[in-house]
Design a protein around this ligand. Structure first.
Ligand SMILES: Cc1ncc(COP(=O)(O)O)c(C=O)c1O
Length: 408
């Protein structure tokens, strides 16, 4: 008899986006003439930068001739891309990351979901709340949690670090010992950002407790404030205790093209049952080369073009476009009397709806024909909030905010 992984049965149905889809479909059926504006899901809407498109085309042409064709690439990524990443994203910011510490992949979702696989199932996992659900669900699947507890609205066995208005959605250090810590800044869903000093507290905690930080920097390109770090490796000591996930998805419009990378410094150690140190880099290298067969050559060439002079200029324009939307949304919501965070160094605006998340969602949908995301879908601490995404055209954002202003 083929038996299932029982831990999958603990998973709560991902009701968030299906519930949104259901409500949106009902609205559309009842209002077939009303044009909906979607500011819910975090998917980009603008075309790839021209520099990436040209490099993509040229690489496809190489694939069309036997003399320049590329078959399987190195699982960890081509040197041309790993070197461009190490030089531009890290060394240029004073972070001593080498090309062979960069693992190119097809997504930060897969990497941030898969990384836990190289650790024991009996470690203590800490996650922030509200949170990008991938970190939680992948640990539940792996058996690192107890059952879903309907009284607490959380999984038993995981350590939840509360984000709230008082701490500005930058959770405090855990009160009990933990081994694996998921952090994401700029944060999805709240748009909060962490200072160097705040990240340093986490790095110091991890060093003192032989813990490891999984730092998701998928929204790093949106950081505008020059005092804020783009990478956890800008913090002293982080190379010993932190893995960083990055993605070209939001930075350069690659959500449908797929390219990302994970940085695993050689200094990072995890421990055997007997306390002997093992290189996390060697474990991840083993896992990656066993289970992954590299990102396609044309896609890696398109990603490399992000670092060209033209690419850098175009990517900055792309990010500035979405940030202008974000600024507009935040200003309008604040003018209506709603407290917001995010939107300045992040494409998400996290809004205190002063009541039930879903009721606020329904109000925006039914009265303004605007789709947002209810904060409660990201965890217990998201209750009362909604997330509005800046990923849409300015015209749509403006129309959405005009409608919201009329109806709120
Ligand atoms: C925090 C965070 N990490 C990772 C991802 C996924 O990135 P990718 O498209 O590279 O899989 C997302 C996508 O929304 C995200 O919000």
């Amino acid at each position: 008899m083929i038996k299932i992984n029982q831990h999958y049965q603990k998973l709560q149905a991902s009701y968030l986006f299906s519930n949104i889809a259901k409500r949106v479909a009902a609205f559309q059926q009842a209002n077939p003439d009303k044009a909906l504006i979607k500011l819910g899901i975090g998917d980009v809407t603008r075309a790839l930068p021209e520099a990436c498109v040209s490099a993509f085309h040229a690489a496809v042409d190489e694939m069309a001739s036997d003399a320049t064709f590329h078959g399987y690439g190195p699982e960890q990524g081509y040197d041309f891309l790993r070197e461009a990443i190490a030089r531009n994203d890290f060394q240029a910011r004073g972070a001593d990351i080498q090309a062979d510490e960069v693992f190119v992949s097809d997504g930060a979702k897969c990497d941030s979901g898969n990384f836990q696989e190289i650790f024991s199932t009996d470690i203590k996992v800490a996650i922030t709340d509200p949170v990008y659900p991938v970190y939680v669900d992948t640990n539940v699947m792996a058996g690192r949690s107890g059952d879903w507890n309907s009284e607490t609205g959380r999984y038993d066995g995981l350590v939840y670090l509360d984000g709230n208005r008082e701490n500005g959605f930058i959770p405090a250090l855990p009160e009990e010992p933990v081994d694996l810590i998921y952090l994401c800044f700029p944060n999805n869903p709240t748009g909060s950002t962490a200072t160097r000093a705040q990240l340093k507290e986490w790095v110091d905690y991890a060093r003192a407790n032989k813990a490891l930080i999984l730092f998701d920097a998928a929204y790093e390109a949106f950081v505008q404030d020059e005092t804020l770090p783009h990478s956890i490796y800008e913090v002293e000591g982080a190379k010993e205790v932190a893995i960083e996930f990055r993605s070209f998805s939001k930075t350069a419009g690659f959500t449908g093209t797929r390219c990302a990378f994970t940085v695993v410094p050689k200094e990072c150690m995890a421990y055997t049952e007997g306390g002997e140190a093992v290189s996390v880099h060697s474990l991840w290298n083993r896992r990656h080369t066993t289970k992954f067969n590299s990102v396609s050559y044309p896609v890696q060439r398109a990603a490399e073009a992000v670092y060209s002079e033209a690419g850098q200029k175009q990517v900055k324009e792309l990010v500035a476009y979405y940030l202008n939307n974000a600024r507009y949304i935040r200003e309008k919501m604040e003018a209506l009397g709603y407290e917001c965070i995010g939107g300045e160094n992040s494409p998400y605006i996290w809004i205190d709806g002063k009541g039930d998340s879903w009721a606020f969602f329904d109000k925006l949908l039914n009265q303004a024909a605007v789709v947002c995301t209810p904060g409660a879908g990201f965890g217990k601490c998201g209750e009362g909030y909604i997330r509005i995404s800046a990923f849409n055209s300015f015209e749509n954002v403006k129309t959405a905010m005009d409608r919201i202003s009329q109806h709120l």
